[in-house]
Design a protein around this ligand. Structure first.
Ligand code: SF4
Length: 233
């Protein structure tokens, strides 16, 4: 299989076929992001012959792994659909088209990206968007700022302030409280010190009570230490 640099995938895609249709990111402007720093280019579409070769190879492998059923394919790269950032305001329209076409999709939520004091506002606005759509999964990851990122420099200059760890959990709680669609909510992966998941709305109360317990009982410094010691996402 053709893989370039670190391959990033959500935890729930662990059994999927990972197909590199793009590498890197078309946007490349998020100041917190260090995901594709190991690539010698910013973005690249994979040549069609490489994709075809990968599909043939995968087909051959699956004949060998009898009993291993692949039911999903995850297209790797930050932006396999190559949507321009300016079109992301279109998210409701484009996802409604996916809904009508019967194509399933998932959302990432980056807890903490709104900055100190703004997380709960960001969560409420995000829930407003999600509630108009039908994602299968909302996967939440927590903002983790590495020293090599531009955002770290902005923080040092006093231009941006990171949320405290407990504030990030309050933000997540606000998000779950305001979601009113059926969806699998999963805060897993290394950036979440405490993994939380549940099928909403059935588990909404349970997820909120776990978040409330974290907010009232877990020490800010312990959570901060976890993040400081997170060498890799
Ligand atoms: S966070 Fe995503 S969109 Fe932003 S630069 Fe990183 S990979 Fe690209």
């Amino acid at each position: 299989m053709y893989y370039t640099g670190t391959i990033w995938r959500p935890p729930y895609e662990a059994s999927s076929l990972l197909l590199e249709v793009t590498a890197g990111c078309t946007h490349h402007q998020c100041k917190f992001c260090t995901l594709y720093d190991d690539l010698p280019f910013k973005f690249r579409m994979t040549p069609m012959e490489d994709i075809e070769a990968d599909l043939k190879e995968a087909k051959g492998q699956f004949r060998i792994w009898i009993g291993h059923k692949i039911s999903r394919t995850f297209l790797t790269g930050a932006n396999p659909f190559v949507l321009k950032a300016s079109r992301l305001n279109d998210i409701v329209l484009q996802c409604q088209r996916l809904d009508r076409a019967g194509i399933s999709y998932n959302f990432f939520y980056l807890t903490g990206v709104s900055g100190a004091g703004k997380g709960e506002i960001g969560a409420r606005k995000t829930a407003e968007v999600c509630n108009q759509l039908h994602p299968q999964i909302i996967g939440a990851n927590m903002l983790t700022i590495y020293q090599s990122s531009e955002l770290y420099e902005e923080i040092q200059k006093g231009n941006w302030k990171e949320e405290q760890e407990i504030e990030k959990y309050r933000e997540l709680k606000t998000l779950v409280e305001h979601l009113n669609i059926p969806v699998w909510f999963a805060a897993g992966g290394a950036s979440n010190a405490i993994p939380i998941q549940g099928t909403l709305p059935r588990d909404t109360r349970k997820v909120i009570s776990v978040l409330e317990r974290i907010i009232s009982s877990v020490d800010e410094n312990e959570l901060r230490d976890y993040r400081k010691n997170l060498r890799h996402l």
